[in-house]
Write a protein that binds this ligand. Structure first.
Ligand SMILES: C[S@@+](CC[C@H](N)C(=O)[O-])C[C@H]1O[C@@H](n2cnc3c(N)ncnc32)[C@H](O)[C@@H]1O
Length: 344
């Protein structure tokens, strides 16, 4: 897609955005000119695939020129991260997330991809030929094993003890590809509790994408920590994209359980203070969030928090409750500390 058509995406309808998005390939332009395709290796709640044309249009104009560093402290499935990697040559890249199992998976893909592929292809071979009933059984076996590893203190300080990290990453991808709607949800004890899904032929071991992802992650700093620990990385040459857990837009859409911790209004207020701290360092900041006005036109929560920044409302089409039954056109917020004149 040309730059022009991307920036025109700012005023597109939802169906036009969806059409553009399905035409869009993630890819990485390496320094030697060879193109490597990469796309998110898991489906992630709050994933920014649908919103990507809008977000792309809002990248800073000088990204890859004078802005040579990129930080994404709430990386999740990394739709924007992989897109940025695909478009710009950057000197330093930092990603983090508080979800230890997700970050363990990024690290294993980067450092021990071949062992991961061996395990995933074994899992795929064991799962695909089975009847629906046996697939279900296998799914719950794997889910139990995942929760066992998770609850038996096998975690190191930055993820998992190495002896279990590859198995944990394989289970993480297996469950994501075979569970209901690709959701990641945990109970109060932090145990994964999404039921089995029913896909005809899920790709559990996507060898090409995982190998390519491993290659592009090679020089990326990956951290399992709170977003605030990105502060030391960020300077005036950094573009920071924040995609925090959404503030719920309806009573029934209170899905925030990527981890057992909640991201409430107090957490959003702290995040705004942090964003203003990075603004003082002259970093370029872009944030996406749900628009509370979808539900209550008088709710100015984010307008009040980000007075002084640029706030745009863009059309989105996303799941508006956690069981995936309800989809609809809503508005999302794009907040930046630079103006539309400085957009791509
Ligand atoms: C909306 S999702 C990000 C989705 C991502 N942009 C994508 O395209 O898949 C928010 C992410 O923030 C993470 N998170 C929640 N609290 C956090 C914190 N305090 N610090 C860092 N990450 C956090 C969650 O684990 C989740 O992956």
């Amino acid at each position: 897609m040309s730059k022009k058509s991307i920036s025109n995406a700012m005023s597109l309808t939802v169906s036009e955005i969806n059409r553009l998005y399905t035409q869009t390939e993630f890819g990485t332009q390496r320094k030697n000119g060879t193109k490597i395709s990469v796309k998110p290796f898991v489906k992630w709640v709050g994933g920014k695939g649908q919103l990507l044309p809008h977000i792309r249009g809002a990248y800073p104009k000088d990204l890859g020129v004078t802005v040579t560093k990129y930080a994404e402290p709430f990386v999740g499935g990394g739709a924007v991260f992989f897109d940025v990697l695909s478009r710009f040559e950057l000197e330093e890249v930092y990603i983090s997330d508080i979800n230890a199992e997700l970050i363990n998976t990024y690290t294993v893909i980067r450092d021990t991809c071949d062992s991961l592929l061996d395990l995933l292809s074994e899992m795929e071979d064991a799962y695909l030929p089975q009847s629906p009933e046996s697939r279900k059984e296998l799914f719950y076996e794997k889910r139990d094993r995942y929760n066992y590893l998770k609850s038996h203190g096998l975690r190191g300080t930055n993820g998992y003890a190495s002896s279990k990290s590859v198995e944990m990453a394989a289970l993480f991808i297996f469950l994501n590809k075979t569970c209901f709607n690709g959701l990641y949800r945990v109970n109060k004890m932090g145990l994964f509790n999404v039921p089995s899904g029913s896909y005809k032929k899920p790709t559990i071991c996507d060898e090409r994408n995982l190998k390519n992802t491993s290659a592009v992650l090679h020089s990326v700093t990956i951290a399992c920590c709170d977003y605030m620990l990105s502060e030391n990385f960020v300077d005036e040459n950094t573009f920071v994209y924040f995609d925090p857990p959404y503030r719920p837009i309806t009573i029934t859409s209170n899905f925030t359980s990527y981890t057992a911790a909640e991201f409430d209004d107090g957490a959003h207020i702290q995040l705004a203070e942090y964003a203003y701290r990075l603004d003082k360092k002259h970093a370029k900041i872009l944030m996406s969030n749900s628009d509370p006005k979808n539900n209550d036109p008088l709710d100015n929560f984010f307008d009040n928090l980000y007075t002084g920044m640029h706030i745009r409302r863009v059309a989105a089409n996303r799941m508006i409750n956690c069981n995936g039954e309800s989809r609809g056109e809503i508005r999302e917020l794009l907040i930046s500390n630079y103006s539309e004149d400085s957009y791509e």
